[in-house]
Design a binder for this molecule. Structure first.
Ligand code: GRF
Length: 217
């Protein structure tokens, strides 16, 4: 099977992008990173992508004012020009409209630094600590119009330790992110993931859709 062509959308550091680039260096990995696109020309990840020899594009949302769909149409043009099959959001800090999401239904992935459905939104590590959660982690999911709510492809958990600070917890979760994102992309690129009634089935098995609240604390 031909390797799937992937665009990674970033806004900043790009450490998850690097994890995907590293995984895709293996020729037996079912996806190649064909484009890194940023809405921010100063995103750190862009220079890493360039030095890795990957095509990059910048579509600066600020040039489109409040017209989010015009911004997304410009991104879509870059993505389509590169014949992309799958789009991975990796620290991409713009909310996407239903229009863009519909273009990529079942082919648009995001990574979120929490065990969804717990701690949607921002500041997840601080909120997990403040809530006294016993475990925390990261989730790769398909994107749907409602934020951080799409079908879950895979999750990785870490135990929260007594002395954890936001920084120590964030670092451990990030290590998990770098493992589960390449894994989730591999499953999707191999066409092993089906979405049935909002739930991911992988190789014919339904994925648990989030750690139940009762086992979190
Ligand atoms: C990660 O924690 C990711 O889960 C979240 O944004 C952060 C991006 O980090 N969506 P990086 O740019 O991949 O290093």
């Amino acid at each position: 099977m031909a390797r799937k062509r992937v665009a990674v959308l970033i806004s900043g550091r790009g450490s998850n992008m690097v994890a995907l680039i590293e995984a895709a260096k293996d020729q037996s990995y079912p996806a190649e990173i064909a484009l890194v696109l940023s809405n921010d020309p100063t995103a750190q990840g862009l220079s890493h992508a360039r030095s890795a020899g990957i095509a990059t594009a910048v579509v600066d949302h600020r040039t489109f004012g409040k017209d989010r769909e015009a911004f997304e149409r410009a991104m879509q043009a870059e993505i389509v020009a590169r014949r992309i099959d799958i789009v991975c959001l990796a620290g991409f800090m713009r909310l996407l409209t239903p229009w863009f999401i519909a273009q990529w239904e079942g082919r648009l992935l995001n990574i979120h630094p929490a065990l969804l459905p717990a701690f949607k939104g921002l500041d997840t590590h601080a909120r997990a600590l403040a809530a006294g959660a016993k475990q925390h982690g990261a989730t790769v999911h398909f994107v749907v119009p409602e934020m951080d709510s799409g079908p879950i492809i895979t999750q990785g958990a870490v135990a929260i330790a007594a002395g954890d600070t936001e920084q120590t917890l964030a670092a451990r979760v990030l290590t998990v992110e770098h493992e589960i994102y390449p894994l989730a992309l591999k499953l999707v690129a191999e066409d092993r993931v089906r979405i049935v009634d909002g739930i991911c089935w992988i190789d014919g098995m339904a994925m648990p859709q989030g750690v139940p609240a009762s086992s979190r604390s």
